[in-house]
Design a protein around this ligand. Structure first.
Ligand code: PHE
Length: 391
């Protein structure tokens, strides 16, 4: 082979290789990176967020893309590990040159990947990391969800104003920062509303016997019990409360959101409520359109995390459409000026601290099914009237 042909062969090979490595992205596609736990311990969360993100991007591309360009999503699996979050975010930034990032669900991995995004000045939106510290990573990190403290504040408003509760018992899982944050914000807001925390009881994740706590609850005659823990401990607690004959309303947070919560306990969970990001039976038209399209695309109902993934991608696409350029600084500035973005998890405004100001949804559990009860506004006020179910 002469020198001319062999150099042409090398050129062609290089072009093909570049195309393969870039997944055939067109020169002028807008590249968005996603890091997600597609495998590993929280694969269910990662896959849900990914599906929501994918749907938002497919819909935007079908509408003609953004700034007359198509969006290309490059997804990397971090295997539910913080170390891998660091390496895949590095790869998305230095190799793929994405303009922005979406991820992660778990706060621990958002911390890890977010640090890399921040140093590289690439804007990033986490769908679901609610931990207060996440926004302290720096000014390139945003989230589509509310923070943990808001759940306590909003549930206190629901308890006082919609359930007309005056006295509450609060249970705290001392091993979980998450639970402590919700419990403390609930207590502060409930007391401000002129109501009273009649007792606070501590437990530890994995405790099996709540009988002492239940006896003390019985003596303090609360109108509601707040236990913002994770679903496995909550299941056991609710079963023991009901077995003891107490029918007091029991309230919680998004740590309850699992099909495991009520398994075999459908009746025991009547008269319980929890705060969450999304309700697929919310009658809002935008929610219903999303639920229909999601079911058509993936054959199942969207979870809260899927809805948050959809909104995180939606906020980013909206920001790019308003940005002065597709460089990462312009996109960051545009995300930070997001105002009244109409998401499926509510209307979202990014405030001056980069928090997502948005409403929250209260679900009531009826015979093991989660039923939309009421939205609570970003100002922690119940939206609309709530009709108390007949006892
Ligand atoms: N809020 C959790 C975190 O910050 C993630 C999560 C969101 C888990 C929603 C369950 C449901 O780590």
């Amino acid at each position: 082979m002469d020198a001319f042909y062999s150099s042409r062969c090398i050129c062609v090979a290089l072009v093909v290789l570049t195309l393969i490595r870039s997944g055939f992205a067109q020169q002028d596609d807008i590249l968005i990176g996603e890091f997600a736990s597609l495998t590993g311990s929280t694969a269910v969360f990662g896959q849900s967020a990914h599906d929501g993100i994918q749907l938002a991007i497919e819909e935007a591309n079908a509408r003609g893309g953004v700034l007359h360009k198509q969006i290309k999503l490059i997804t990397e699996d971090d295997q539910s590990k913080s170390e891998d979050a660091v390496s895949v975010v590095n790869k998305l930034i230095s190799h793929d040159h994405v303009v922005a990032l979406l991820g992660e669900v778990a706060s621990s991995r958002t911390f890890a990947g977010g640090a890399v995004a921040q140093i590289s000045k690439i804007p990033m939106i986490s769908p679901a990391s609610t931990n207060a510290g996440v926004l302290e990573i720096g000014d390139f990190v945003f989230r589509a969800c509310f923070n943990d403290a808001f759940q306590g504040t909003a549930m206190a408003a629901f308890a006082a104003k919609s359930l007309h509760a005056k006295k509450a018992v609060v249970l705290t899982d001392v091993r979980q920062d998450y639970c402590m944050t919700l419990a403390n914000s609930f207590s502060a807001a409930f007391s401000e509303d002129g109501c009273e925390i009649v007792s606070q009881q501590a437990y530890s994740s994995g405790d099996r016997d709540f009988s002492q706590i239940i006896k003390s609850i019985e003596h303090s005659h609360p109108d509601v019990i707040y236990i913002p823990g994770y679903y496995d401990d909550v299941s056991l607690f609710v079963r023991q409360v009901r077995d003891h004959g107490l029918m007091t309303p029991i309230l919680g947070g998004d740590g309850w959101d699992s099909p495991e919560l009520t398994r075999g306990l459908e009746k025991a969970f009547n008269n319980t409520y929890f705060s969450n990001h999304f309700a697929p039976d919310d009658p809002n038209e935008r929610v219903q359109t999303f639920v229909t399209n999601y079911k058509k695309r993936f054959g199942q109902e969207p979870t809260s995390i899927a809805a948050l993934g959809y909104d995180a991608a939606g906020i980013l696409i909206d920001a790019i459409s308003r940005a002065k350029g597709t460089d990462s600084i312009s996109v960051r500035n545009s995300i930070s000026s997001t105002k009244d973005f109409s998401g499926v998890t509510g209307t979202i405004t990014i405030d001056q601290n980069r928090n997502s100001k948005k409403p929250l949804t209260i679900l009531r559990i009826v015979d093991g099914k989660n039923v939309f009860a009421q939205n609570i506004s970003a100002a922690a006020r119940p939206v609309g009237k709530y009709k108390l179910p007949e006892r």
